[in-house]
Write a protein that binds this ligand. Structure first.
Ligand code: 5GP
Ligand code: MN
Length: 328
């Protein structure tokens, strides 16, 4: 399981992709904008004109595409159950471990087809035959742009729109601590290729359904502050009361970390199957990725998460002491 964490040069990954005709690309469960954006971005790049005419790219995600990403070109081509074809290559995007890829990932059926793991989580387990993980990249979409550059692929308008959506989503509109000049240069490049930043920002960051606002109201009413930890939870009953049945919470934990009292923030959300999704955030200088990894999840120093067994009260009792010792 534990292979040495050595990156494969993108040139080598590009060579494998260039030779491949049947390509399966999988992104993670509960997809966010970077998951969907990098999936669709890679799709458009691999199909760009002048590339292998016979190439077929199959896009998979265990969960349905959230409505707010439905505007992205190709979103309706993403399948939940990919066929069992003999693939030439399988690409995993934005996932730090294979569990995060869910049911579409079936390595026992891949034969000699290599798994290519492209990701930016510091907790990545290097599960592929070919791995390229850059924890300094602000989004997997940024890595896909690097790959396109390495392969000499032209970034068309569709790819640019999808990839810039990935960047905007994971950086919360270029506000996170991992936004570097390279990120801004990538964004500029994608804008020049035809992606409309204002439209993406409007759709991704400036919209929230009323049902989620009601859910925030219920969850914020139970907000707790302990030391430098700010946290709350979302129960199934709250979802029912708010009329917000889907498992997204609209990024509530990113809101909690805004409190001046908070060094660490957490939201415990009960899922339909009884498991508990734990969303974690930390201010720069604090790191929640190790706690998430130790609980079977993963993420970045400032934004991580895990999914652990319920019931809710037990999950909270297990995780809160770990967070309290982190935040001091
Ligand atoms: P979010 O709180 O926005 O859902 O997730 C923040 C970060 O934590 C993301 O980078 C995401 O990949 C990671 N993350 C959230 N939940 C899980 C989980 O259940 N398992 C793993 N491996 N990572 C998670
Ligand atoms: Mn990401």
């Amino acid at each position: 399981m534990h292979q040495p964490h050595i990156n494969t040069p993108l040139s080598e990954i590009g060579t494998v992709l260039r030779r491949s005709q049947e390509v399966l690309v999988i992104t993670h469960v509960s997809p966010d904008g970077d998951a969907i954006g990098s999936l669709l971005g890679l799709h458009w790049l691999l199909l760009s004109p002048g590339r292998k005419a016979a190439r077929r790219v199959t896009l998979a995600c265990a969960d349905r595409v959230p409505a707010q990403f439905g505007f992205l070109p190709g979103a309706d081509e993403i399948v939940q159950d990919p066929p069992a074809r003999p693939w030439d290559v399988v690409v995993a995007l934005d996932a730090s471990d294979t569990h995060r890829l869910g049911s579409p990932f079936q390595p026992a059926t891949y034969g000699s087809a290599p798994v290519v793991n492209l990701d930016h989580h510091i907790t990545n387990l290097y599960f592929g035959q070919l791995n390229y993980v850059d924890p300094n990249a602000a989004a997997t979409a940024q890595i896909v742009v690097r790959l396109a550059e390495e392969m000499g692929l032209k970034i068309g308008k569709e790819a640019a729109l999808c990839l810039l959506t990935g960047l905007v989503s994971d950086t919360l509109g270029f506000r996170t601590s991992n936004v570097t000049p390279e990120v801004m240069a990538t964004a500029m490049r994608l804008m020049k290729a035809g992606a409309n930043l204002a439209e993406i920002t409007e759709r991704i960051l400036n919209h929230m359904p009323l049902s989620l606002m009601r859910l925030w109201g219920l969850a914020l009413a139970e907000l707790r502050v302990e030391g430098q930890l700010v946290w709350t939870h979302i129960t199934k009953e709250m979802r029912a009361q708010a009329g917000a049945p889907e498992e997204s919470d609209g990024g509530l934990v990113s809101y909690l970390i805004k409190a001046p009292e908070a060094r660490v923030a957490a939201v415990f959300a009960e899922k339909a199957n009884g498991e508990v999704e734990v969303g974690l955030r930390a201010r720069p200088g604090y790191d929640v990725s190790d706690v998430a990894l130790s609980l079977g999840g993963g993420g970045h120093p400032q934004a991580a998460g895990c999914t652990i067994p319920g019931p809710l009260a037990e999950a909270e009792a297990r995780v809160l002491p770990l967070l309290l010792s982190l935040s001091g």
